[in-house]
Structure formats: structure tokens, C-alpha cells
Design a protein around this ligand. Structure first.
Ligand SMILES: [Zn+2]
Length: 249
């Protein structure tokens, strides 16, 4: 990140331009632009908040200058977070590499528990989870879930929905969404050639995400902790199931 140098702690006071107003945010982006692209003509910036469902920010160039839409999760964030993000976005749109410091500063702020809780609430309130019935053509996910819940979790995983994804993904086999407490399995696996034990292992893996919420280590979230990996091996045919899944996507 460009000067000043600072420790990546959210909430620290700053004497930089106020990001509370549209004019303040535009000024902050212009200031960062001059540091990123010294000597280049400074375009006009329009920087607004937008109530995206997830945490995302959009930047694009047009005839009138640079338009930026920032997730409204950043409302009230310290100016240095805006500076870090401004650097990241400006570098992205002009094809530069942003500094490690800016990336770290932004990442540490965004992964703070307060912001993560807010992001999860936003996703839950604004987003709807799209999935189809767990009863597929070849496999019934609900039956598998019930069986796994009884066998490995003493039936304690409650209020969890499971279903097939709307689309066939090329890369994601399944995922657990904590905001909606939903397990979604790639519809591509609803096929008679996919052995039930492999699918059950995949569901078991996603269920473990409920039992072992992500840990925080050095500002990063660890989704698959040692305890998680250890519990995974309790599944019979663990190695075989994992191998099988690797070939399915
Ligand atoms: Zn996982």
C-alpha cells in the first residue's frame, strides 16, 4: 500500500480524507490515483455505496471518468480501508499490481469478526438461496443427510436444508452456506454412476463445516482445521471416497 505505513487494525483513526461523503470518497480516490499513476491526467471519480448481496465492489471506466460502486458494508469503515481498497480497485482497472500492504490491510479489515458477522447477515437478509429439491433422479440427498446425521452427529444437526444446485458446476462439488444454513450439492453428481458412498462422504464433509466453524489464524480463516481433517477420516472408505470425488468434477 502507498504511504503512510500503518498497522492493519480496523478502527484506527486517520487524518486522511473523509470517506463519509460522496465528495470525500471521490477526493480519496483521486489522491490514491495520483500515487498509483503519477503524472497521468486525473479522471473524475463517482464513488457510491451499493447494497450488494455479498461483499463486492465494481469499478469501470467510461467517457465521463471512473465509476465505482462499493459494497455498503464499508459504510463507516476507517479512511485507510478506503485507501487500501481504492488502490486495489484503481490498480485492477488500469492493469497494475496493487501493493501487498494494501491487500493485507483490506483483507485483515474484512476478515475481522464484526465485518464477517455483518457480511453474513447481509447475505442472509438480502440473498435467497437457489436450489432444487433434494430428491434427485438418482439420489435422494435428504435421506442421506438424515442417515449421516443420526450416525455421526447423534441427530444434533438441526435446521439445515440440503438440495441440489440449479446448475451443473464444473469445479465445485458442494458447499455449506452458513448464512442460510444450507448444503448445496452439485447437480452434476445426481447420476447413477456416482456411487452413494462418494456422495455421502461429500455431504458428510459439508456437515462437518457445521460442527467445526472456520477458525481464525493470523487474520485468515481456516476452513479445514486439523480437527476437521481428523473427523473426516472417521468416514468409512475415506480414502476411496475422496479419490472417487476427485474424478467426478
Ligand atoms: Zn470444505
Amino acid at each position: 500500500m502507498l504511504p503512510p505505513s500503518h498497522s492493519p487494525q480496523p478502527g484506527i483513526p486517520s487524518k486522511t480524507a473523509s470517506a463519509g461523503s460522496q465528495a470525500g470518497r471521490a477526493e480519496l480516490f483521486r489522491k490514491v490515483f495520483k500515487l498509483v499513476r503519477p503524472g497521468a491526467p486525473v479522471p473524475s471519480f463517482q464513488v457510491d455505496f451499493y447494497p450488494f448481496t455479498g461483499v463486492r465492489h465494481i469499478i469501470h471506466l467510461n467517457d465521463n471518468g471512473v465509476q465505482v460502486r462499493l459494497s455498503d458494508i464499508l459504510k463507516g469503515a476507517p479512511p485507510l480501508v478506503f485507501e487500501a481498497l481504492a488502490e486495489i480497485l484503481i490498480c485492477r482497472v488500469y492493469g497494475h499490481a496493487s501493493s501487498r500492504e494494501a491487500q493485507d490491510y483490506y483483507r485483515v479489515f474484512m476478515s475481522s469478526p464484526r465485518i464477517e458477522r455483518r457480511a453474513e447477515r447481509m447475505r442472509r437478509e438480502r440473498g435467497t438461496k437457489k436450489m432444487v429439491s433434494p430428491r434427485g433422479e438418482a439420489h435422494d440427498l435428504q435421506t442421506m443427510f438424515r442417515h449421516l446425521n443420526r450416525r455421526y452427529f447423534s441427530g444434533r444437526l438441526r435446521g439445515v436444508k440440503i438440495g441440489w444446485s440449479l446448475r451443473r458446476s464444473r469445479s465445485v462439488l458442494g458447499h455449506f452456506d452458513p448464512a442460510h444454513r444450507v448444503i448445496i450439492i452439485n447437480r452434476k453428481l445426481d447420476h447413477a454412476q456416482v456411487p452413494p458412498f462418494a456422495l455421502e462422504f461429500l455431504i458428510y464433509h459439508e456437515m462437518l463445516h457445521l460442527k467445526f466453524p472456520p477458525l481464525r489464524r493470523s487474520g485468515r480463516r481456516v476452513f479445514h482445521s486439523c480437527e476437521f481433517r481428523e473427523a473426516e477420516t472417521k468416514f468409512p472408505c475415506f480414502t476411496e471416497a475422496r479419490k472417487k470425488l476427485r474424478f467426478l468434477c
